[in-house]
Design a binder for this molecule. Structure first.
Ligand code: TYD
Length: 153
C-alpha cells in the first residue's frame, strides 16, 4: 500500500469545503491514516515549495498557504499517489477536468483547494515533513475485503 500527503489549503477551510473534500477521498476508498490541523510557517513552506522559489508568485503562494491553518492528511491505498493526483486534477482549476476536485470546486491557479504529492518519493519526504511517525496510524478497515480483490493488495 502507498501513502500520500494531501493538504487542504486555507481556501478550503475559508470556503467550508473541508468535509466535502475529505468525503470524496473516503468515498473513493482511501484509508485516512493521519489527519491534523496545522499553521504553516515560512520555513516549512520554503522547503515544501523549494522547486518554485524562483517563481514570481512564490511569496504570494506562501502567504496564501499561511492565511489560516491547513488540514494535513495521510491517505493510504493501492497506488494511492497516482489515484489521489488523478482525483486532484490539473493545477489551475480553470483547466482541471470536471469530476476532479479542482475541476469541481475552484476557478483559480493558486486557490486550488488541495496539495497532493506528485510521486512516491515526494510523498515519503512530504509525509515526514508534516507528520511525526506516531501521528500516522495503522489499522485495518473492516470493509477491506470489499475494497480490493485478494490479489490487489
Ligand atoms: P505545482 O507544484 O506546480 O502544482 P501542483 O500543486 O498541481 O502540484 O505548484 C504548487 C502550487 O503553486 C500550486 O498548487 C498553486 C501554486 N501556483 C501558483 O500560484 N501559480 C502558478 O502559476 C502555478 C503553476 C502554481
Amino acid at each position: 500500500m502507498e501513502q500520500t500527503l494531501v493538504l487542504l489549503k486555507p481556501c478550503t477551510l475559508q470556503r467550508g469545503l473541508v468535509g466535502e473534500i475529505i468525503s470524496r477521498f473516503e468515498k473513493k476508498g482511501l484509508r485516512l491514516a493521519g489527519m491534523k490541523m496545522m499553521q504553516l510557517t515560512d520555513a516549512i513552506l520554503n522547503e515544501h515549495y523549494a522547486h518554485l522559489r524562483e517563481k514570481p508568485f512564490f511569496q504570494m503562494l506562501k502567504d496564501s498557504m499561511m492565511a489560516t491553518p491547513v488540514i494535513a492528511c495521510c491517505l493510504e491505498g493501492v497506488e494511492a499517489v497516482r489515484v489521489v493526483r488523478a482525483m486532484t486534477g490539473a493545477t489551475n482549476g480553470r483547466n482541471a477536468d470536471p469530476g476532479t476536485i479542482r475541476g469541481d470546486y475552484c476557478v483559480s491557479n493558486q486557490q486550488n483547494i488541495v496539495h497532493a504529492s506528485d510521486s512516491l518519493e515526494t510523498a515519503a519526504v512530504e509525509l515526514a515533513r508534516f507528520f511525526k511517525p506516531e501521528e500516522i496510524f495503522s489499522y485495518t478497515p473492516s470493509n477491506m475485503n470489499f475494497m480490493y480483490a485478494l490479489d490487489e493488495r
